[in-house]
Structures are given as structure tokens and as C-alpha cells.
Design a binder for this molecule. Sequence first.
Ligand SMILES: Cc1ncc(COP(=O)(O)O)c(C=O)c1O
Length: 425
Amino acid sequence: MTLLQKDKQFVWHPFTAQKNRLPPIPIVQAKESLLFDEQGKSYIDAISSWWVTLHGHANPHIAQKIFEQALKLEQVIFAGFTHQPAVALAEKLLEKLPGGFSKIFYSDNGSTSTEVALKMAIQFWWNNDSQSKRKKILAFKNAYHGDTFGAMGVSERSVFTLAFQDLFFEVIFIDTPDENNLPALFKIIDAHAENIAAFIYEPLVQGAGGMKMYQAEYFNLLLQKVKSHDIICIADEVMTGFFRTGKFFASEYMEIKPDIICMSKGLTGGTMALGATACTDRIYDAYSSDNPLHTFFHGHSFTANPIACSAALASMELLDKEDCREKIRLLTLVIDQFTRQLNMLQGKLERPVKNIRHLGTILAFEIDEGKNEYLNSISKTITEKALKTGIYLRPLGNTVYIMPPYCITEHELKLVFDFMLSLLK
Ligand SMILES: Cc1ncc(COP(=O)(O)O)c(C=O)c1O
């Protein structure tokens, strides 16, 4: 049997309709921005393999650190034991995080990092007062925070969550803020405030919801209102962290800082599965108690895996280098220029586009055809066309976007932009 035949027989792929599925492409190797298939054909990974890859694939510095750590200490239970990579990474992250963060809680992916944050916030109120009425969560419409139950529960009720709709806890969903809707949003928050434990949000860019962006200025005012009611603010930076939006964390764009920050994806430079949830002393102090019932009873077998922590430390070393910062600045600049070019072409293009937008290293727009939804079949057509030209794009329905690794070359970026233009002309 070939690899593809075996794949069909033995494997179930994520986010993939199983019947009549196209065969997946076997990838045998990757280097920097390029993925190589069995025939040696290359594909520019314009979406950083689901938004994880920062410094490019098979980065030698990270690979070396992974190798060294694997030979030294590959795994140890993290309850009752500790190790240098986990402590060093926590120290490093706390140095970089915006606001007054004091502790890092490890898990192993983006969904668990948000799940941990929600549990941490809800139990915070319970530890302080076991009769607390603060159990509801405030979240944005169109949000996506992951696929575990709690994370799904605070995400948009969409095709992703349809089968589970009746099983979620109570969430108050509001629109993202703009210049017109703040008074209406304030009214909803005021009405429910005493029952709200926490507010969870993707700062400035709603990723899986279609790379929807909203402005820091209005969001800061919303955060001010939420904080005035003592509601715990959870910034889900799983996608936006590590310079995707041009700053180390998107939360830096706002003056009002969160109480909890969730990280994953780019945390290890995109090389290994790791999640981290940071909290402030205010949150942590509720768990620093003589009552054993105030313990945070949460953990995963691979919590703070030493190899993953070493990969994250290696990625952070690269992020601290001036040439990496320069690449991010350049990428942001070139994406900004292309956004302007697209805006100038708007109206002159054969295929109508709308909502052309960018923030930092992320660019997105909608093709105005069919419904604005994830199941819009344009996505599949575009992915197939792009693959033929040696580019990997995976539109979210009719939302076309790019989020390349920082090492993408100007030439590769030009090929991606040319392909996007060819779609529209
Ligand atoms: C903002 C955000 N939160 C959480 C997640 C879930 O992360 P993971 O897929 O690692 O579970 C994602 C994944 O796309 C995300 O974009």
C-alpha cells in the first residue's frame, strides 16, 4: 500500500469532511517558508501551518536545542518536580508579557491554555466566596477559543459547535467594539456585571472567525468598562502572540491590560505542542490558601514538557535578535504596501473584494461571492489553485488571508501577492 492508501485506511484528519475528501499531500521535508512533497515540489507556507511557524520550518537553532534537551531530560511529571527549561521559560515570558504578570501555568495546546484560563477565573471567584454568583462568561460574537468543551462554549455558535449547542455553560456574547456601539455594549455589561466571572477575547484580530479586526482605541474603552466591574479579563493571544500583530503581544496596543493571557502556537516557534497561561498575583493569591479545596486541580501528562520548553526558549532567543525584529518590520511594511495596492485596485478588479485589512504580519480580505461563511466553497477552489502554483493558502470560507513565517523572502511574498491578484483579475 502507498502512504496515501494507508493514510485513507488508518488516519482521521482534523477539520476535514471524511467523505469524498481530496487526498492529503504527503510532505516529506520542510525548510524555512517551504514545504516539500514526495515529488520534490515545493509549496510556500503562506499561513505558517495553522499560524504556528515563526522562524521557518526546520530551524537549525531550535532543532539543536530540542536534540540536546531530548538527550538530557525528555519528560518528567510536573507535580512535585520541576526543571530548568520550565523555570527559565516562565521567567522569560514574565519579562516579556505586558502588565503585571507573576505566574505561568503550563498546558499543551491553545485550547487547553484557554480552558485553563476559564477554569482559573471561575475558581478564583469560588475560592474567594463559595457562594459567588459570578459564573457567567462574557465573550465576543464570532470568537474562536479552541475545540475543548469550555473553549467551544465561549466561542461563536457556528458550524464548529452545532452538535454540542445545548451542552455549553452560559455565555453573554457581545459585538466587537466600534465607534457606534460602545453605549449599547456598556448597557449589556452593566446589566449582567455582578454575575460575570470573566471576559475572554482575541485581542484586535478574531482569527478563525475570519481574521476580523477591530480597533484598539474603542477596545480600550470597553476594557475600561469591564474592569470597572472587577471582571477578570482573559486575553487569548494564542494566535496574536509573538509579533503576529507587529507587537510582542497584541495586548500592548491597549492601555488596559488583561489579568490572564493565553499562549500557544508561536510559543515554541511552531515546533512543538505547548500551552501557557499567565496570571497576575491577584488571581494567584486566591489559590495560595490553607484550604486544600482551593487547589487548582488541573494538569496534563505533558504539562511543561522539557523538550517543548527548550524549543520555546530557543524561539524566544531568536525573537530577541535584531535581524528577526528587522524581518518582522520588513514583512509588516511589505504587507502594508500590498494592502494599499489592493485598496487602489478595488472597484477595478473583476472579482469584487471587500474589507481589505491588515495588522502587523496578517493580511485579509473577503471575496464578495456567495455567503460570508466558513462553508463557502470558494475556499477549497482557491486552495487547489494555489497548490498548483506552489503556494499553500487555506481561506476561511470566502476570507482570503496570509500569515507567513517571518523568514519568508521578498521573492516568495511577491509570488503569493501575484497569486492573490490573479485570483481577483
Ligand atoms: C485565538 C485562538 N485560541 C485558541 C485556539 C486553539 O488552539 P489549538 O488549536 O492549539 O487548540 C486557536 C486556534 O486556532 C486560536 O486561534
